[in-house]
Design a binder for this molecule. Structure first.
Ligand SMILES: C[S@@+](CC[C@H](N)C(=O)[O-])C[C@H]1O[C@@H](n2cnc3c(N)ncnc32)[C@H](O)[C@@H]1O
Length: 373
């Protein structure tokens, strides 16, 4: 069992509920996402779709509204499955819901489109999981997934460390959430367009440990999906000026142009508020190494001196290539960690409170059709 499942099953929770009271707006937001991924409504219509780990299916309801031929959903958590069954109770004509893990799923066919959102980055065995998904996808099929890496969750990882300190002696889960919501509400207040409750956000990111596995960069995903062409990405950070007749026709070279750009843009993922100029890829490789060290330090110990030392290195690495506000946020985090981490101090942070990473990026891939190509 992975970090998500063991945590969700221990407390029988599914902390990924979304506020979809304004369903039309929810649909419009999802339409925007799919558009950026090169997948408009018509791509889903009359197709066999598989979604892995949909939770209660709040996003799946929109995908279903595009009119697939069949919609198969695999959700192993007890609470997620319960919500999913409920959300689809009047729509189950061509919907097949399985209460099991992908690893247990016995497929009888391949699918045109596979969606797996907010799951793979939290797994420790990412490669094996992606192999199973690839075996279920038809040639020319589309696979939509999320990535999330050590740079894009840097500020959330610092919050995770602060949360660990705040709740380390608390047993009761509700009490933990209460303390965290109280401490971090002033931070979450700065996020526009949030559709999850603060308590779900705190449970998922600050109480559960899956975020400490979030080391799957866009480039890692491209490596793992070697026989696929990139179709789209959200946020849409790449350029490609090539005339289509001059584009490479094999997946490796076709995707390489994106991988090279990613290395020069990686620091842009650290703080969603700003867009920075590209920089030397070596600085970004160093940045990602430090961010990974930070995750390891938090996972294996709560050695405050080591954590502050890594944050200082990250500050130096970013110094001349990033906005002043981002540096002030890191400095303020160092100050609080050095001094003492308390709910009041966290609540009253002036710079760190609005610093969040870009979190997850979505990528869509098209599977190579080996027979044809
Ligand atoms: C963080 S939640 C994301 C839920 C939803 N996709 C979203 O983006 O809001 C991860 C989901 O993956 C499910 N999950 C965990 N391990 C799984 C596995 N091995 N196979 C299928 N689903 C899994 C969890 O139960 C949970 O519902």
């Amino acid at each position: 069992m992975n970090e998500y499942l063991s945590f969700y099953e221990k407390y029988k929770i599914s902390p990924v509920v979304q506020d979809i009271d304004n369903f039309k707006e929810h649909v419009r937001r999802r339409n925007n996402l799919y558009r950026q991924l090169g997948a408009s409504h018509l791509i889903f219509k009359d197709k066999d779709i598989l979604e892995i780990g949909p939770g209660g299916g709040y996003n799946a309801l929109v995908t279903y509204s595009y009119g697939p031929k069949t919609y198969t959903l695999i959700e192993p958590s007890t609470q997620g499955y319960h919500e999913l069954k409920n959300n689809f109770k009047n729509l189950d004509k061509n919907v097949f819901i399985f209460n099991e893990m992908l690893e247990e799923f016995k497929a009888i066919k391949q699918y045109d489109i596979i969606i797996c959102e907010g799951l793979i980055p939290g797994l420790s065995s990412k490669e094996q999981f992606i192999k199973i998904i690839q075996s279920l996808l038809k040639p020319n099929g589309i696979f939509i997934m999320t990535t999330s890496d050590q740079v894009s969750v840097f500020f959330e990882i610092i919050r995770k460390y602060m949360a660990n300190v705040l709740i380390k002696d608390i047993e009761d889960i509700d009490e933990k959430v209460k303390i965290l919501v109280d401490s971090f509400s002033s931070h979450l207040d700065t996020l526009k367009g949030m559709t999850r409750s603060y308590s779900d956000w705190c449970l998922d990111n600050l109480v559960g440990d899956a975020i400490l596995e979030h080391t799957l960069s866009i480039n890692d995903a491209i490596e793992l999906l070697k026989n696929n062409y990139i179709l789209g990405i959200s946020p849409n950070i790449f350029n490609n000026y090539s005339w289509y007749k001059q584009l490479p026709t094999n997946t490796f070279e076709y995707n390489q142009v994106f991988q090279e750009q990613m290395l020069e843009k990686w620091h842009n993922f650290i703080d969603y508020r700003f867009i920075q100029k590209d920089r030397d890829y070596k600085s970004n490789i160093e940045l990602s190494k430090y961010c990974l060290e930070l995750i390891k330090a938090i996972k294996n110990s709560d050695d405050k001196i080591k954590i502050v030392d890594i944050l200082e290195k990250i500050k130096i690495n970013l110094k001349s290539d990033i906005e002043k506000e981002t540096l002030l946020a890191i400095e303020e985090a160092i100050e609080v960690i050095n001094d003492s981490i308390t709910p009041t101090k966290i609540k009253n942070m002036k710079f760190f409170n609005s610093a969040f990473g870009r979190g997850q990026a979505y990528i869509s891939f098209v599977k190579e059709n080996i027979d044809y190509e």
